[in-house]
Design a protein around this ligand. Structure first.
Ligand SMILES: C[S@@+](CC[C@H](N)C(=O)[O-])C[C@H]1O[C@@H](n2cnc3c(N)ncnc32)[C@H](O)[C@@H]1O
Length: 229
C-alpha cells in the first residue's frame, strides 16, 4: 500500500499542464477550462485541482468545440475578453466551458425544455445570459445583446449557413465557429457535397481559416473556423 500512496503523490505532482490557448488548458493532454464557479459542475464532468485552482475537464464526445480542439484546431478565436453569441446553447454543456474562458456568453436556445435545463446553469455562471429565441430571427434578440465579437453556432437546421449570415448582418462579429450537421441539411445527399454547398454560401463574407471533420467524436459533422472579410 505505501507504494500506491507514493505513486499517487508523485503522479499528482507531475500532472502535465499546458495552456493551449488563453483560457484553454491541457491537463495530461486532455482539454480543460478553469472553473470560474469552483465546486459547481454542469454535466457531471471531472474536475481537477492544480495550484489552488479548479479545472473542469472538457469532453470532446460531449462538445463539438472541444472535438475541434481535440482534432487539432490551430487558431481559437475566443479569449478572456470575448463577448460570444452562442446559437443553440441547449442545456449549456459547451456554453459553460466557453463562459469559463470568455467575458460574456449570450446563450440563444429556442426549446423551452432545454431552456429549463439551461436556466439553473446561467444562474450559477452569471456571465451566461439565457435568451429564449429562434436563431433564424436575430431581430428577436438584437436588443438584448450589447455586442458580439465571436459567434458559435450549433443548430440542427436545414439552412445553417443562412442562419449564420443573417446573424452576421445584425451583429457583425469578427469570428465564428460553425458546426455543420450534414444530415440536418439533406439526409439523402453525400455529406461532402452538403459541406461544399454550405461553404460556398459563406465565402463572400468569410474567409475559411480551417475546416475540421469531427470524426470520430461526431459522425458527418464539420466545424468551420471563420473570419469575417
Ligand atoms: C446539438 S444541440 C446543441 C448542443 C450544444 N451546442 C452543446 O454543445 O452543448 C442543438 C440545439 O440547438 C437548438 N436549436 C435548434 N434550432 C434552433 C433555432 N432555430 N434557434 C435556437 N435554437 C435552436 C436545439 O433546441 C438544441 O438544443
Amino acid at each position: 500500500m505505501p507504494f500506491i500512496r507514493t505513486y499517487l503523490i508523485i503522479s499528482s505532482i507531475y500532472t502535465l499542464m499546458k495552456e493551449k490557448f488563453p483560457g484553454v488548458y491541457l491537463i495530461d493532454r486532455k482539454l480543460a477550462t478553469h472553473n470560474k464557479t469552483p465546486g459547481y459542475r454542469v454535466y457531471g464532468e471531472k474536475t481537477v485541482k492544480k495550484k489552488g485552482k479548479e479545472y473542469r475537464m472538457w469532453d470532446p464526445h460531449r462538445s463539438k468545440v472541444a472535438a475541434a480542439l481535440a482534432k487539432g484546431m490551430k487558431t481559437f478565436p475566443i479569449s478572456p475578453g470575448s463577448s460570444v453569441l452562442y446559437l443553440g446553447a441547449s442545456s449549456g454543456t459547451t456554453a459553460s466551458h466557453i463562459a469559463d474562458i470568455a467575458e460574456t456568453v449570450y446563450c440563444v436556445e429556442f426549446s423551452k425544455r432545454m431552456m429549463r435545463e439551461l436556466l439553473p446553469v446561467c444562474d450559477r455562471k452569471q456571465n451566461m445570459i439565457p435568451i429564449l429565441a429562434d436563431a433564424r430571427h436575430p431581430w428577436e434578440y438584437s436588443n438584448t445583446i450589447a455586442n458580439a465579437d465571436v459567434l458559435i453556432q450549433d443548430v440542427a437546421q436545414p439552412d445553417q449557413a443562412g442562419i449564420l449570415l443573417n446573424n452576421y448582418d445584425t451583429f457583425k462579429f469578427k469570428h465564428a465557429l460553425l458546426s455543420i450537421k450534414a444530415r440536418s441539411i439533406n439526409s439523402a445527399k453525400d455529406p461532402k457535397k452538403v459541406f461544399k454547398a454550405e461553404k460556398k454560401k459563406l465565402t463572400q463574407k468569410f474567409e475559411i481559416l480551417e475546416q475540421l471533420s469531427l470524426e470520430p467524436y461526431e459522425e458527418d459533422h464539420m466545424l468551420l473556423n471563420l473570419k469575417a472579410k
